[in-house]
Design a protein around this ligand. Structure first.
Ligand SMILES: *[C@@H]1O[C@H](CO)[C@@H](O)[C@H](O)[C@H]1NC(C)=O
Length: 332
């Protein structure tokens, strides 16, 4: 685990999306630090004390990464012929073709040379592990990272309706599909008004016909749920969010990056608080998805802040939040 770089990067992603539980740490996106817009959806500050968390996180990451890799190889093997040659190849240590690539620091030991080349090429293109993403099921199970008290809370059935805006530029198709899938699967159908995809002028061919095919598939179950807005030229992060915001018709708008997966019951706590007080501005606790293993790392609650250079960071809540000793309680 690197220290400050990771912290800032994770922090940036957290800040760049309003409603994400799981968010990628993507080096490519660091080029675009920008202040956020907080439109109709309101954000409540969350935080974590970074240095305190690093050790614990690293242990968790390693565990999750290990189990994730095992799963992945099960998946990839099951689809292929079980020839003896294949088995033998897995047994011997494959030569590392890219010893200096960050992608292979803690992932990919068992890949063949051809697979390593593919994985590295996709990593250079996207900045995260698309090779692995393409092989993970869209409905992969995420670890339940909530405080145990969160899981037992009950929310009203009737809540404001939700428009989710996903903005992207040359995102990997499998990543975008998994984001959409997780939102559909993990948001109560009667609350999810629409998912608005804002494409800020991607050049990636995958995001054309193949994405439209996926949208059509979704529409067989949930007609008109997905709306796609395509910018004819690149307008940037903030204008992409505004485009989505303007198109939204739900009571509440959640603006996310497209490299997210949401956890079970992600929306209800936010919508319930907005229902109780429509002037609050909310943010959930954001977990992080590693760029290489795509493992989900839990983060604890902290307040968001940014410095004079607009680097985002975490701040502590007010002391009374810590005195309550209940991480399921909202903080300021
Ligand atoms: C994911 O989808 C597959 C195929 O529809 C299904 O067999 C599997 O049980 C699902 N997994 C989860 C965790 O929902």
């Amino acid at each position: 685990m690197r220290n400050r770089g990771v912290t800032k990067a994770a922090c940036f992603f957290v800040f760049s999306a309003l409603l994400i539980y799981a968010t990628f740490y993507l080096t490519t996106f660091l080029r675009n630090p920008s202040p956020n817009l907080f439109p109709r959806l309101e954000i409540e500050n969350t935080e974590y004390t970074i240095l305190d968390q690093l050790d614990r996180m690293e242990r968790q990451i390693n565990q999750i990464a290990k189990s994730l890799e095992l799963d992945v190889y099960k998946v990839s093997q099951s689809g292929e012929e079980h020839s003896e040659v294949k088995e033998e190849k897995k047994m011997r240590l494959t030569k590392k073709l890219f010893p200096n690539s960050e992608l292979f620091n803690s992932w990919g030991d068992e890949l063949s040379e051809e697979e390593q080349r593919q994985a590295e090429r996709l990593f250079q293109l996207y900045g995260y592990n698309v090779f692995l993403s393409d092989r993970l099921p869209l409905n992969r199970t995420l670890p339940d990272t909530r405080d145990i008290r969160c899981a037992s809370k009950v929310y009203p059935e009737q809540l404001p309706s939700l428009s989710v805006v996903l903005i992207y530029l040359d995102e990997a198709l499998s990543v975008l599909k998994r984001a959409i899938h997780s939102i559909i699967e993990r948001t109560p159908a009667h609350l999810l008004k629409e998912i608005i995809l804002v494409d800020d002028h991607s050049t990636n061919d995958d995001l054309k016909e193949k994405l439209d095919e996926f949208i059509n598939q979704v529409h067989q179950q949930r007609p008109k749920l997905l709306k796609k807005i395509s910018h004819m030229q690149r307008l940037g992060l903030v204008k992409a969010r505004i485009s989505g915001w303007e198109a939204a018709v739900g009571d509440v708008v959640a603006i996310l990056d497209a490299h997210v997966e949401v956890h079970k019951q992600w929306a209800e706590p936010l919508l319930a608080r907005i229902k109780a007080d429509r002037t609050v501005v909310l943010s959930p606790v954001f977990d992080r998805v590693d760029f290489d293993t795509l493992a989900v790392n839990s983060y604890s609650a902290n307040a968001h802040a940014f410095d004079w250079q607009l680097w985002c960071m975490y701040e502590s809540f007010r002391p009374d939040w810590y005195e309550r000793n209940d991480p399921s309680a909202p903080g300021k």
